[in-house]
Design a protein around this ligand. Structure first.
Ligand code: SF4
Length: 349
């Protein structure tokens, strides 16, 4: 049955698949400590659901096995834009894609073993998912805190199908970064405070996606052109670089829904109202930032780009009713001026 499930999962398009015992994740304690140290920032939902997130029995009573899958999301081509978006958000929202495939897999298993109960987990318990992926042999933890597969790198989504079925378990993945510390040195905000530890409060992914209020000034210039998310610590990782003897590395996603959708230019984002935002990004993970968050990020990117043509668009927010957008516009104008070599003291007209 285990082998049949794996073959079926591969036929559904999953590049990686393994089976782990449905047990509390081995790294549960370090996750709880990480939360206690405040590294999760304003992601209170992690705190609220922490205990649930570390126990498969909370998600499916009598769970015995976890079928863990990996789906490559790296699009074949990065889109032409004047800003950057993390690769995982360039195509269709992964939640729907992954859930649909895992539900098909569950249906096929239940057709063969009708008494089996199952539960699909996609981002419902990320800690559990990553630990289970390690236990199922999909990859090992990198110093950038991503799960890395020696042959395929780290550009893949993880999904879990919990089952009440007993299956044959795979062995935990072996591998490691060795002495490499490229990700720690490349992180623009110093968010990787030590190997394997991320201070999310400094991470551009958290700042641009999860943070709802103002982005602290200390990190704005370091955001560079990242409008939504950040891939730097994955881009520099040698396991994401093509190698002659590693033909699977850096292969583009086979899933057509993960190919990059066309993106608006920065000036279009700066002129979008909430309705236009919703219509433009429907079905994309970018909606997670919400309209205000994306415009706030766009103002920062506009300042960082130093393009004088963007100045009138930044000024549109100088007297906006939203204080966060007003204040960010002020900063962006000063940054723009500084990038153009003037004193950096220009303010809203
Ligand atoms: S995603 Fe970007 S900001 Fe966050 S840890 Fe990686 S390199 Fe640093």
């Amino acid at each position: 049955m285990s082998e049949w499930i794996k073959q079926y999962a591969r036929a559904l398009g999953f590049e990686l698949v393994g089976v782990a015992p449905a047990q509390p994740p081995p790294h549960a304690e370090s996750f709880l400590q990480w939360l206690a140290q405040g590294y999760a920032g304003t992601m209170e939902y992690l705190q609220r659901t922490a205990r649930l997130r570390v126990n498969p029995a909370e998600l499916l009573p009598d769970a015995r096995s976890a079928v863990v899958v990996g789906l490559n999301y790296a699009p074949a081509e990065l889109p032409e834009t004047d800003y950057r978006i993390a690769r995982y958000a360039l195509g269709e929202d992964y939640h729907r894609v992954l859930r649909e495939k895992l539900e098909t897999l569950l249906g096929a298993i239940q057709a063969l073993a009708p008494d089996t109960q199952g539960r699909v987990c996609v981002d419902s318990a990320p800690v559990l998912e990553r630990d289970l992926a390690w236990l199922a042999g999909l990859g090992w933890y990198g110093k950038n805190t991503c799960l890395i597969n020696t042959h395929r790198g780290s550009y893949f989504f993880i999904g879990v199908l919990l089952l009440t079925l007993e299956l044959e378990y795979d062995s935990p993945a072996e591998g490691g970064c060795g002495t490499c510390r490229l990700c720690l040195d490349a992180c623009p905000t110093g968010a990787l405070i030590e190997p394997y530890t991320l201070d999310a409060r400094r991470c551009v992914s958290y700042l641009t996606i999860e943070r709802r209020d103002s982005i602290p000034e200390a990190y704005r210039a370091s955001m560079g052109e990242w409008l939504f998310g950040c891939d730097i610590c994955q881009e520099v990782c040698p396991f994401n670089r093509p190698r002659v003897h590693q033909p699977l590395r850096a292969q583009p996603a086979r899933e057509p829904r993960f190919q990059a959708r066309p993106l608006p230019r920065l000036h279009e984002i700066l002129t979008m109202d909430e309705g236009a935002f919703t219509a433009r990004f429907r079905g994309s993970a970018i909606t997670r930032a919400r309209w205000r968050g994306l415009v706030r990020n766009a103002l920062i990117v506009a300042g960082n780009r130093g393009d004088p043509a963007l100045r009138p668009l930044i000024e549109r927010y100088c007297h906006h009713e939203d204080p966060i957008l007003r204040e960010t516009a002020q900063w962006a104008l000063a940054r723009l001026a500084a990038r153009q070599g003037s004193s950096g003291t220009q303010v809203c007209p």
